[in-house]
Structure formats: C-alpha cells, structure tokens
Design a protein around this ligand. Structure first.
Ligand code: GLV
Ligand code: MN
Ligand code: MN
Length: 397
C-alpha cells in the first residue's frame, strides 16, 4: 500500500474550513452544529470517492466501510466550543488516507469512522458511548447540553441521513491516531507516542443555592451568597485532595453559571461543572466522596444548599497488546529511537470501542502541549510520521 501524504494534508486542511474560527487554525465545530453536519457531509463524499460504502448510524456516527472483516481506523470531527484543527480530525483523515491507499492497493481491508459528540456536548464521548453500549440510546436521548437542548433534539438535525446500527463484529480491531494534547512528546523531542492506557474520568454538575438579594443593603453576615460557597469549595477541595492525588491526577471547574450574574445582586445560584481524571478507579471514587463531603460542609458554612447532578464517567482502559506491538514496530521503523510509550490523560472514543473489540492508540506531539484551544498545532513532519506509523501497523496486521 502506498499512502499519499500530500493528499492526506490537503484533506486535513480542507476539513479545517468547516467552522474555521478565523483565529489561527482554530475551529468551532461542536457536535450537531451546522459546521459539524456540513463537515460530515463533506467527509461522507470523500469516503465515497475512496470507494468506501458510506453509512450514518442513528446518532450520526459516520462510517466508511469495506466488505467483509476489516480493521477500523478513526476518531471524531466534532470540536470543543473553542477547539483546535487536529483534535479528532487527524485520526479521521489519517484513517481515510490509509483506507484509500489500501483500496488502491487491493488490500488490506480498512474501514473508517468519525464518531459523534466525542467532545461531550451532551455527556462523555456520546456517539461511541451509544454504539458500544456504554450508555443506551434512551438514556442518551435525555442528556442535555449547557443550554438545555436534548441529545434527542440535536441528533434530530441529522435524521435525514440516519441509517441503522453498524454491527461491530465485522471489525477485527480499532486504531486511533490522535495528537497528544499534552506536553510530554514535545518536551522530550519524541515524534511518536504509543499509548499504554487511557485515564478514567468523572464529571458532575454541582449547584449551590443561596439567597438572591441586594448587593448594597444586605449586610455581609446576613448573606447566603452562592458564589462565596463556590469559592470556598474550590479552595477547600484543592486542600482535601492533597492526601489522595498523585502528580498525574487532574481536576477542573471549567464551566460556571452564576445566577443572575449581575454586579449589584448577591448571587442566588452558582451551578458549575466538576471534572476529575486519574488512571486508578479507586482514587476516582475516593475523590467523589471528598467532593460530596466538602460541598455539603461548605453549604452548611455559607447558609447555602447544595444539589449534585448525575455523575457521568468512563473507567480507565488499557490498550490491547497485539495491536500495541504493531504500533511499536511501526514507530521504530518510521521514527527510530524517537518514540516512547505513554498514558493518555485525554479521553478518547477508544475507551468505549474497547468494549467491542481490541483497541490501540498512537500520538504525535502537540506544539507546547496546547489543545482545546485555537492555537493547537503539530508540525507537518510529525503529522505525516503518525500517518506512516498507522499505515505500517495496518500492513503488519
Ligand atoms: C476529550 O477531548 C477530553 O476531554 O479528553
Ligand atoms: Mn479528541
Ligand atoms: Mn478533545
């Protein structure tokens, strides 16, 4: 099989035009947005041009299929509300190029997928979650985004394209190429990372409800200020976690909604996202207990009440040894001495797909470790190296 790096880079840059932010190479292409659906229609056309059979499933996961058993390559093309051009896109377009080159060469059989809502507008990796049975469609349909739109309403935007569920038994394994999205490879000047395992994640919405009142007339000691509760919670949780976390554990309050969010009103409500990630399931569970205890304690101290939303999560996932060895051999062939094994601190569709078949992942460096930001980027030579390792591994299998 003869891959074509120029054709691969051309497609990757073309995909960037859908939802281009106009700032650097960034994109705004959240799941089911106009830009996302337009990108998927374009991608379906490229798959058809490559001789693949195009299929959208009930939630908008897009497959480019060959007949009979095949290896599945891919990732996702939806982005964060402010995203980079490579997160997900790289794995999909590299998968397309390998499938296209394999078709031209008369084998091996390679299929491609672009999963829907990997970035979690509605939950955590929703499209691959539904396909893998990690969450059932009925439960997924009730999920809402930050503005109250349901998953069911959103996937309705693609109803004209939707077909049935794809049988996973036709795939012998799944390989996902991705940017690292962290500083390790860039820092060590390695070109390829072969992933050992993907961390687990927990995500929960927490709401402090205080008493909305006048910011000029309400004495400090009579306030039940929901923002003060959030602020105290944040300070305490950083302290309390110190006893249980490792240097690899991370936690983030990334979305906050203050109500009514006005300068002269004591905030009545502070609703926020609390997310934490680690490679150890027990630690994730212990952190949940600490979060619940600390939030309840803070509510008591500030005169607020606290409500906990539904807990979403994925467990840590180890990569499959045979597929991983194929990637290691490919890495040594393409970038001798410039690759290493590392865990993934970011979440990926591979975690869900591992419920269905063997999975493995490889990374290329992210410049300065930046991702989920408009200035996310990777050197072209590294993008092409990742493509070559992927092709090498597929050939070897
Ligand atoms: C997915 O992009 C994640 O949040 O790790
Ligand atoms: Mn991604
Ligand atoms: Mn992402």
């Amino acid at each position: 099989m003869k891959i074509n790096p120029d054709r691969f880079l051309r497609d990757l840059h073309k995909l960037r035009e859908f939802g281009a932010s106009g700032i650097g190479k960034g994109v705004i292409r959240p799941a089911y947005s106009e830009a996302d659906i337009a990108a998927r229609r374009w991608l379906a056309g490229r798959m058809a041009d490559a001789g693949l059979q195009v299929h959208f499933d009930p939630v908008g996961n897009l497959f480019g299929l060959v007949e009979g058993p095949s290896i599945l390559l891919g990732s996702h093309v939806d982005s964060q509300p402010e995203g980079g051009w490579l997160d997900g896109a790289l794995g999909v377009i590299a998968g397309l190029e390998v499938a296209r080159a394999a078709k031209e060469a008369g084998g091996p059989p390679v299929s491609v997928v672009s999963f829907q809502d990997e970035e979690g507008r509605f939950g955590v990796t929703t499209g691959s979650g539904v396909w893998s049975g990690q969450i059932d469609l009925h439960a997924a349909d009730a999920l809402t985004d930050d503005t109250g739109v349901t998953f069911r309403e959103a996937r309705g935007q693609m109803a004209d394209l939707a077909g049935g569920v794809i049988d996973p038994d036709q795939f012998t394994g799944y390989i996902e190429l991705h940017i690292e999205q962290g500083p390790s490879l860039d820092g060590s000047n390695d070109q390829i990372g072969v992933v050992s395992d993907i961390v687990g994640i927990r995500d929960m919405r927490i709401t402090f409800s205080g008493r909305q009142n006048h910011a000029g007339t309400t004495p400090m000691h009579l306030r039940a200020d929901a923002f003060q509760a959030l602020s105290l919670f944040n300070a305490r949780i950083n302290d309390r976690f110190a006893d249980v976390v490792t240097p690899h554990t991370v936690w983030t309050i990334g979305h906050v909604a203050l109500s009514p969010n006005a300068a002269s009103i004591v905030p009545g409500r502070a609703a926020f996202s609390m997310q934490w990630r680690d490679g150890d399931q027990d630690r994730l569970n212990r952190m949940e207990q600490i979060i619940r205890c600390t939030a309840s304690e803070v509510a008591g101290l500030t005169g607020a009440s606290v409500q906990f939303g539904a807990l979403h999560g994925l467990e840590p996932q180890t990569m499959e040894p045979t597929l991983r060895e194929a990637l290691e051999a490919g890495a040594e062939a393409v970038s001798p001495g410039r690759w290493r094994i590392l865990p993934s601190g970011a979440l990926h569709d591979a975690t869900n797909v591992a419920r269905l078949m063997p999975v493995a992942m490889l990374f290329v460096p992210s410049i300065d470790g930046i991702s989920h930001a408009f200035d996310e980027d990777t050197r072209e030579s590294d993008l092409v190296a990742g493509l070559k390792v992927l092709a090498h591994a597929v050939t070897r299998m």
